[in-house]
Design a binder for this molecule. Structure first.
Ligand code: G3P
Length: 217
């Protein structure tokens, strides 16, 4: 499973990029609004740090303006994926951009039918929002599983990018059903590797080693 960072915080991106664990970055207008940089400069900087797909979302709601914004964004770097909402204009924009060979991430997906349409429009990625479905009592993991089944039935190559991940259990669950990608807030990535028994075991190893007086020389 590929891991993308779900943030527009360049400091967090720089810190985690050194781990070699980060396969891409997703941003959205809410995350980008927290940055003090212009959106173009922000995406330019992120795309220079991480070599994988960098999702930059259009904010226009009609096709004509979406295309104009997408043209500005995809000129930034070859690894830009244009993020469009799952609306009729977003799907039309997806079709046009994917026909041009531009990566498209169709976002704000909350049903398998929506995901089917996105795949038919040539989406590179589909972003079902697991956490926001869980927030209203609908099992977001079931949606991921349904989309994967549908895509397998018809050989769609659209990658299922599990989004709106709230905790490490979501990561485990989407990995078990076979999501292609999970986009994680930096805090959750740190929770994945941090385990109290690992820390306790290491402390015990090093304490015994120190008592032995031995050295690796
Ligand atoms: O960035 C897309 C998605 O991951 C947003 O998640 O936490 O705002 O529901 P969230």
């Amino acid at each position: 499973m590929k891991i993308f960072l779900d943030t527009a915080d360049i400091n967090e991106i720089n810190e985690l990029s050194e781990s070699g664990l980060i396969d891409g970055v997703t941003t959205n207008p809410s995350l980008a609004s927290k940055s003090d940089k212009s959106f173009i400069d922000l995406i330019k900087e992120i795309s220079s740090v991480i070599q994988g797909p960098i999702s930059a979302e259009v904010t226009a709601e009609n096709l004509t303006q979406m295309i104009k914004e997408a043209d500005k964004l995809r000129k930034i770097a070859d690894n830009i994926a244009i993020k469009v909402p799952l609306t009729v204009d977003g799907l039309k924009c997806c079709k046009k951009l994917s026909n041009d060979g531009t990566m498209v991430n169709v976002t704000l997906c909350f049903s398998a039918n929506q995901a089917l349409l996105a795949a038919k429009c040539g989406a590179t990625f589909i972003s079902p929002f697991v956490g926001r479905l869980d927030d209203i009592g609908i099992d977001g993991i079931d949606l991921i599983s349904d989309i994967l089944d549908i895509y397998d039935n018809y050989g769609f190559e659209t990658q299922v990018l599990a989004a709106s991940i709230r905790h490490p259990l979501h990561v485990l669950q989407v990995a078990k059903v076979g999501a292609d990608v999970a986009t994680l807030p930096p805090k959750i990535i740190k929770q994945l590797y941090d385990h109290p028994l690992t820390n306790k075991g290491l402390e015990s190893f090093l304490s015994d080693w120190k008592k032995s007086g031995k050295k690796i020389t």
